[in-house]
Write a protein that binds this ligand. Structure first.
Ligand code: NAP
Length: 284
């Protein structure tokens, strides 16, 4: 068996072509150009790179962006005030607060201050709750991108056992809820899980979202599984060890070029959805 490559890079590229057309047709209807506000706090170089990649993606599809950078010593109050301004700004369709923020900031309070209709990165408690209940909401970008990737490649989810390793608010938890909504049977593992190897061995679909290089060992993964790796570490290594997997699993995401491009694509796609919703509300 040679595994199907879940090629997020090429899927994101073809979805960008559709987004570009959709932005152009929105502008023809006299709508304002959709603008994503990006908020970067502190000077972490990886975070700066991720923000720039999101800004570049906006430009590729014809959307605008407004880059706001705040110093590492920013307080929760100052960040809340900035988010409040962006919530009130009619030009802004979506707000991205790059995670993680410096440790003195109450990140949850800041995420939750983002207006629901501008929460295009899917980070608010209310958005998560609505999504988990099957109500309309913008999904957390990384799991939403993973779901788009799985659907594109016709990966069957219903009745399958999905094992999500990681339970962070932006990745593991919303991933589990989305898979549950798609009728998978879901197991969520975390740092206190006692029998990780045994649980991973039962997975039809395994999602690696731990943030530790190759913590999930190839030998734990059963033949024919679908392997999705959200991790990306120096040397092109993910959260899942890949040795020998290509010959015996059903499908797997490359690292890089799998989950990362789909995360950005989900963000810009949801920014366009927000712009369209705003336009429809104005037309009504
Ligand atoms: P995170 O907030 O650090 O969460 C890591 C999760 O892994 C936690 O729930 C933690 O459990 C769990 N964990 C840690 N050690 C474990 C162990 N030994 N066994 C089982 N579970 C363990 O990370 P994150 O933000 O969710 O990111 C996870 C990975 O995805 C990272 O590699 C990150 O770089 C990647 N990521 C990629 C994208 C993308 O666009 N490609 C976006 C976001 C994240 P506890 O809850 O018990 O601490």
């Amino acid at each position: 068996m040679s595994a199907l490559l879940l090629d997020g890079k090429s899927l994101a590229r073809s979805r960008e072509a559709m987004l570009k057309q959709a932005v152009a047709s929105l502008l023809q209807q006299d709508a304002k150009r959709p603008v994503l506000a990006t908020l970067l706090v502190g000077d972490d170089p990886s975070s700066a790179t991720y923000v720039q990649m999101k800004v570049n993606a906006c430009a590729r599809v014809g959307m605008g962006s407004r880059k706001i950078e705040m110093p590492a010593h920013t307080t929760t109050e100052a960040l809340l005030a900035q988010i409040g301004q962006l919530n009130r700004d009619p030009e802004i369709c979506g707000i991205l607060l790059q995670h993680p923020v410096p440790s003195q900031i109450d990140e949850r309070a800041c995420f939750d201050a983002i207006a629901l209709e501008k929460d295009v990165d899917g980070v608010t408690t209310q958005g998560f709750g609505r999504m988990a209940m099957g109500e309309s909401a913008y999904g957390s970008a990384t799991p939403a991108g993973i779901m788009t990737l799985l659907r594109h490649y016709d990966i069957e989810l219903e009745g399958k056992h999905a094992v999500v390793v990681g339970r962070s608010p932006i990745l593991g938890k919303p991933m589990a809820a989305m898979l549950l909504n798609a009728n998978a049977t879901v197991t969520v593992c975390h740092s206190r899980t006692r029998n990780l190897a045994e649980l991973v061995a039962q997975a039809d679909i395994i999602i690696g979202a731990v943030g530790q290089p190759e913590l999930i060992r190839a030998e734990w993964i059963r033949d024919g599984a679908v392997v999705v790796d959200a991790g990306y570490h120096p040397g092109g290594v993910g959260d899942i060890e890949k040795i020998g997997l290509e010959q015996r699993v059903k499908a797997l995401t490359p690292v890089p070029g799998g989950v990362g491009p789909m995360t950005i694509n989900a963000l810009i796609s949801q920014t366009l959805d927000s712009a369209k919703a705003k336009q429809s509300a104005q037309d009504a």
